[in-house]
Design a protein around this ligand. Structure first.
Ligand SMILES: C[S@@+](CC[C@H](N)C(=O)[O-])C[C@H]1O[C@@H](n2cnc3c(N)ncnc32)[C@H](O)[C@@H]1O
Length: 473
């Protein structure tokens, strides 16, 4: 029991005013005071759920399926020696530590997706739990634009994208109000996981409500309304939009959804989520939204609404000044040279839906589906950097290991001590072997990086931002 959870009286009376009849305040308060069950999502870009379950069993991690996400599990693990986030499995990107209810919005977005989405926008993306979930649901295909306004949160977003082996993302760093004007009717699906008051997060952060007031909630709601309008303009006709918050007040939730309908009328269709998973009806509102209270599924509080766009909207006009695009596409000859060398040196084949671009001596792989947006919008980072070209050939980059190699590639298998050294950024000397050139390194069958043989030593190629310095597995 968290006795120190701060729940202001004004907030509790507000909750009482909108709590559905079948729920009661005693349960609400006691759920808020219970610590959260820990949960994870298996990253299927790296490992199948079945293989992960086998690995978890070996580690004596108890997994309980989360009903609304096939890859999600509540986890019971002994973290007294090694926190889950420092395990080799986590560092290798096999799973993401993600609160169970936060898996709902991407599940809702992909619920009725019978074909694959070509272009998806995640408007408020950091730290990236839902970006990486969406990328996995897209199977790394198409393009996923991941936007985050707060510059300080972009680094962690990128680190998570990189750790999880995502290669179909283009990142941007704007107030997401820009999308409607800049990229009108470009996206098949959009997630707006909006900035909010965080009323649903007290079980994780007992101080979450320290600065709460009804007026601040109303202020945030204004931003949310601007953002949802922008999202709707950016959505293609026939596309799906999911709006979510970890807030509980209707001001930030139902009212924002109704604002969308009032603004765009018949172009907006509410999509009921009552059949998203068994027992979804326990949280479904009259409009078909999910209003999840902490006691409903013993999780954080959350709100999820889904819409279809059934008619076109007139976006705001903007004057675009983009500056010079610093990349140029590789010529056919340059492209085939990269393909040949990548095959020869690392036995890697490029994915079908990609193009290669050059910026000075750096070679980047962009998802093909990004091309219609190039020249329309300024991204801060697109796709993955695969090589630096130099006189004698190519220096392959870490993301070739994390985003292009699978567990069938040939790799030097590290023991636990060496794998730990590797993640701490140090060179390793695998016992009894030596080699030449660039080489993948793996741990328990999963590729964790790219190094270079120097005699019997493998020089560490882990990017600085991924190096960890303490308390590893
Ligand atoms: C609820 S969090 C997103 C969590 C993220 N979707 C995830 O699952 O990991 C909301 C994010 O919106 C960002 N944000 C705040 N104002 C914004 C704006 N005007 N446009 C875009 N993002 C904004 C915040 O910095 C924060 O990272």
């Amino acid at each position: 029991m968290h006795s120190n959870v701060y729940l202001p009286t004004e907030f509790l009376s507000h909750v009482e005013s909108f709590l559905p009849d079948e729920l009661n305040m005693e349960d609400f308060i006691s759920a808020c005071q219970r610590p959260l069950r820990k949960s994870i999502r298996v990253n299927t870009l790296k490992v199948t759920v079945e293989d992960f379950q086998r690995q978890a069993a070996q580690k004596q991690w108890q997994l309980t399926p989360i009903p609304w996400c096939e890859e999600g599990f509540w986890i019971d693990a002994d973290e007294s020696r090694v926190p889950l986030g420092n395990t080799a499995e986590h560092m290798a990107g096999l799973f993401y530590i993600q609160e169970a209810s936060s898996m709902l919005p991407p599940s809702a977005l992909f619920d009725d997706c019978d074909t694959s989405y070509e272009a998806v926008l995640d408007m408020a993306a950091a730290p990236g739990s839902k970006t990486t979930q969406i990328a996995a649901l897209m199977g790394n295909n198409g393009v996923l634009v991941a936007n985050e306004y707060a510059a300080s949160r972009v680094k962690v977003l990128h680190a998570n994208i990189e750790r999880c082996g995502v290669r179909n993302v283009a990142m941007s760093n704007y107030d997401a109000r820009v999308f409607g004007g800049w990229l009108p009717e470009q996206f098949d699906a959009i997630l707006l996981d909006a900035p909010c008051s965080g009323e649903g997060t007290v079980r994780k952060d007992p101080d979450a409500m320290k600065n709460w007031s009804l007026s601040s909630t109303q202020e945030i709601a204004q931003t949310q309304k601007d953002l949802i309008e922008s999202a709707f303009h950016a959505l293609k006709v026939g596309g799906s939009l999911v709006y979510s918050t970890c807030a509980l007040s209707p001001e930030e939730n139902q009212n924002v959804a109704h604002h969308l309908k009032e603004t765009f009328g018949d172009a907006v269709e509410f999509v009921s989520l009552s059949n998203l998973f068994p027992q979804a009806d326990k949280a479904t509102t009259a409009e078909g939204f999910l209003h999840v209270f902490p006691q409903t599924y013993d999780s954080e509080g959350f709100f999820i609404a889904k819409f279809h766009k059934v008619a076109s909207s007139t976006p705001p006009t903007v004057k675009k000044r983009l500056g010079k695009f610093p990349f140029s596409p590789l010529s056919r000859k340059e492209f085939s040279d990269v393909v040949t060398h990548l095959k020869q040196s690392l036995a890697i084949t490029l994915p079908d839906e990609c193009t290669l671009w050059k910026r000075d001596s750096d070679i980047w792989l962009f998802p093909t589906a990004l091309e219609p947006m190039l020249g329309q919008f300024r991204f801060s980072r697109m796709g993955i950097k695969i090589a630096e070209q130099h006189k004698k050939g190519y220096r392959w980059q870490h993301q070739v290991a994390t985003a292009l190699a699978d567990s069938n590639v040939s790799a030097v298998s590290l023991n636990t001590d060496d794998a730990r050294e590797w993640f701490m950024g140090r060179d390793v000397r695998p016992e009894g072997i030596s080699g030449k050139g660039e080489v993948f390194v793996s741990y328990k069958g999963f590729v964790i990086g790219l190094g270079k043989w120097v005699g019997n030593r493998v020089k560490n190629g882990l990017p600085r931002e991924l190096v960890r310095d303490k308390n590893l597995f």
